[in-house]
Write a protein that binds this ligand. Sequence first.
Ligand SMILES: Cc1cc2nc3c(=O)[nH]c(=O)nc-3n(C[C@H](O)[C@H](O)[C@H](O)COP(=O)(O)OP(=O)(O)OC[C@H]3O[C@@H](n4cnc5c(N)ncnc54)[C@H](O)[C@@H]3O)c2cc1C
Length: 498
Amino acid sequence: MSETSTSTTNGPDAGTTPEPSRLTFDLDVDICVVGAGLAGLTVALEAARLGASVAVLEGRHVGWNASGHQLGTVMPGYGLPIADLIARIGFEDTREIWTLSKEGAESIRANTSEQLMPGIALSEGALEVSNVDVGDQLISRLQMLGEDFETEVEGWQVDRVRDHLKTDRYFHGVYYPKAFQVDGRKYVHGLAALARRAGARIFEETPVVSIDSSGIRKRIVTPSARLRASHIVLAGNIHLGAPLRRLSRTLLPVWRYAAVTAPLGERLAEAITFQGSVTDTDGIDHFRIVDGDRLMWASPETTWNARPERFAPAVARRIRTIFPQLGRVEISETWGGAVGHTVHGMPQIGQLRRGLWVTSGFGRQGMNTSAMAGRLIARSILWGDERWRLFSPFELVWAGGPTGRVAGHLIGIWGRGSSAAAGALARYRERARAKDRQRDVRLAEANRQAGTRPPRPRPPPGQPRPERPGPPATVPSGEGEPAMARSQESENFTPGPV
Ligand SMILES: Cc1cc2nc3c(=O)[nH]c(=O)nc-3n(C[C@H](O)[C@H](O)[C@H](O)COP(=O)(O)OP(=O)(O)OC[C@H]3O[C@@H](n4cnc5c(N)ncnc54)[C@H](O)[C@@H]3O)c2cc1C
């Protein structure tokens, strides 16, 4: 397993992790889970609740990687857009797996009451904002989500988005009233506590170095003990390594970094009044207010592992780009974790061979999807529920090794660059339209005072002047037509797809 970047000083795990307990004796269980992140712990919790004997083996400690360093936003759906899902697996199956993703989110809600996880701080609502001005697409998206996929959503016009987020960077928005957020970094430890309470045994500092999954009873080897289990669930994400190297190679590792600012006082309330999570449609920014007047913000990504504190200036700059009125912001904590992206963009959920399971590749949206996967796998092992097969079309595809990482990095840069360019173009067009409107008003006023029609545009150099039209029968008011002609002109100024 390679090293991963976690938090800087005063890290999120401080004070929340119980003493690690290493496995030092041999054990026989029904289910052995490899990895104590969100994916492994949800399988353990669900299976233990259904009565199985479960051992979780974690090479470092609970929530060591992404699961202990995420922002806690729980939304329905997947990293892959619905339209792409429909194209790949058809409408009916897309509806089914969408419903499963909502069930995953609701199972998190059921586990995150203050009673079950004290201090988890659940709050409601998430807003997905667009970096470009595509109101027409918003309507069809709302219709699809609301009517076809029975997801509660509200469309927010630009003005409403900007009432809550005072920036010209964002245009329309989709509000998810049923989405919610919790203290993401506490959640993984709460999950471990619930799994332990349900009877699962979690062993930390216990890396799995090899598995033999050929027999009915499978063998699992760690440096200090051996296990036998009827089922092995591989939930090691990009760090799985030796137990099944070919599986790790189907994931493109991407390190994502986040930060929280020092208290920003009143100026934050003036810039942002929305209290839930905000994500943009290009997956670049993800933020929300925490502790009343601090901003928690995830943004930069790399395809190599780096120290999170190096990204503090980048996060501060990004915040200032979106909300310049906040001025200089001080970053008080940074952290990061590696997420695993699959080539097709969907998680890996299913059975590789009899009794050998995989739950991985959750990318940036791992909360609801890993919760859903945990339920599906536990229910299949114990109840024979076969719905995990809905994920079979998303096979294990090699992610391209080091070359894949370089390509992934370049695609990431290109994607961010092109969405930044699209955003800049959308804002340019918006400013141009506003200027046009102002000019038209001034022109109309000047015409009204002079009692004339607006001057005709000069022909380009080298072209003959068109014939002068005869005097109009009546003097027009000067309003309406010129504005429309100009706004059409600016509408037509579209050098590329927006
Ligand atoms: C900054 C950031 C913010 C995010 N915010 C959100 C968010 O708001 N909402 C959301 O839905 N998602 C979010 N995500 C994504 C989410 O965190 C991940 O998708 C999810 O945590 C993946 O969980 P996992 O259990 O698959 O992997 P991991 O968290 O990587 O856990 C895998 C565990 O397996 C262990 N392991 C690996 N190999 C072995 C082995 N051989 N033996 C023993 N143990 C092993 C590792 O040590 C590790 O602890 C965010 C991610 C980041 C980085």
